[in-house]
Design a protein around this ligand. Structure first.
Ligand SMILES: *Cc1c(COP(=O)(O)O)cnc(C)c1O
Length: 370
């Protein structure tokens, strides 16, 4: 039996398949001598805008900065409230705190792990400025009711699409539904680069102009700085390589969906395990394939898999409202806390083969019997 360890994510085959194109892209940049805001950044922004059918795509140096800059373009500042989910990576709330605004957490739907729109409605106050839904693990949050609430109350909606490049909600691409979409090109994301990178999409001319200004030290024209901004440009080298990967994003996402479909088949009948469910009308791109393990068995299952060389991850062991940085400031979120104790993300990547999946599921089954 093949006992090679199984990582949670293997980027190797994906890179191998486009090695020559990537090297060509790198060589082109090195020869051009243009490393900051060169032609590849511009071309990548155009190609992404075209892919999404939006007016503007603004490259920045991380997903975190995309969120920070988008919130600023939405006018979020000191004392404003931003309604978001506590079941996410810290960056989502961190940017709100960076701006001295207040994150207001609402609990999640146990099936999708995404924020519940009915709770968003209850959380709206006169200080609410924006709603910040996260499309967790690659599946879209309930955007229709969120957009209706935003319209009714005059709020901006900033989508955190860091985990869901190419995913859809009711036939619409995630990141094109709210006033801005924020993407990350961190290497493990569905469109991963080879270092840090990020991007903001929007149809709003004013928000796009402000984002372009903020990423370049608050200047539209070099050395005529108008506001305090950031040094947050997308690297030319990253842009050149991301252009190669963008061509393949739909194919990669289809690969992930196929792996997820097979896991779903294989996990049928394992009553202690709840596989992820794609909600109707959506296109889940499975940045993570996250199951729930009931009965307090999750940590034992994780350890048993690790003993067989199978790497799994817990996203996220502590919900954001329970992190040391915020501890004590926020009320309990029962569904989020229950999810933190039950979730387990299994190995997944676009070309993961059935044999490896079989090993994961066999080990998982054994661990539940022991
Ligand atoms: C990865 C991630 C971010 C941050 O992106 P970086 O590029 O790492 O800064 C923000 N939100 C979510 C949900 C993420 O998964």
């Amino acid at each position: 039996m093949d006992k090679k360890p199984i990582p949670i994510l293997d980027l190797g085959p994906e890179i191998e398949a486009i090695w020559d194109e990537l090297m060509g892209a790198v060589a082109g940049v090195l020869k051009s001598g243009q490393f900051i805001m060169g032609p590849n950044v511009k071309a990548f922004e155009c190609e992404v805008a075209e892919y999404f059918g939006v007016k503007h795509a603004v490259g920045v140096n991380s997903g975190t900065d995309a969120l920070l800059i988008a919130l600023r373009t939405a006018g979020v500042g000191k004392g404003d409230e931003v309604i978001t989910t506590p079941f996410t990576f810290f960056a989502t709330a961190e940017v709100v705190s960076m701006l001295e605004a207040v994150p207001v957490f609402v609990d999640i739907d146990p099936v999708t792990f995404n924020m519940r729109p009915d709770l968003v409605e209850r959380a709206i106050t006169s200080r609410t400025k924006a709603i910040l839904p996260v499309h967790l693990f690659g599946q879209g949050a309930e955007m229709d009711p969120i957009m209706s609430l935003a319209k009714e109350h005059g709020l901006r909606v900033i989508e955190d699409v860091a985990q869901a490049f190419g995913g859809e909600y009711k036939g619409k691409k995630l990141g094109t539904i709210g006033h801005a979409g924020c993407f990350s090109f961190f290497p493990s994301k569905t469109l991963g680069g080879f270092g840090d990178g990020g991007l903001m999409t929007t149809d709003d001319d004013r928000m796009a102009e402000m984002a372009r200004m903020l990423r370049a030290h608050g200047s539209r024209r070099k050395y005529y700085n108008e506001v305090v901004g950031y040094n947050s440009r997308l690297d030319e080298l990253q842009a050149a390589m991301l252009r190669v990967k963008l061509q393949l994003i739909d194919q990669m996402n289809e690969g992930r969906r196929e792996v997820a479909r097979r896991y779903g088949e294989m996990l049928k009948g394992l009553s202690a395990v709840t596989p992820p469910r794609e909600v109707t009308g959506g296109k889940h791109v499975y940045h993570q394939y996250t199951i729930r393990v009931a009965g307090g068995e999750r940590d034992q299952v994780k350890a048993a898999l690790a003993a067989e060389g199978i790497n799994t991850m817990i996203y996220y062991p502590l919900p954001v409202h329970r992190l040391p940085v915020y501890d004590g400031q926020f009320p309990a979120m029962p569904e989020t806390e229950r999810a933190s104790g039950e979730v387990l993300s299994l190995p997944i990547w676009p070309s993961m083969d059935e044999g490896l999946q079989g090993r994961v599921v066999e080990a998982l089954t054994r661990s539940l019997l022991s």
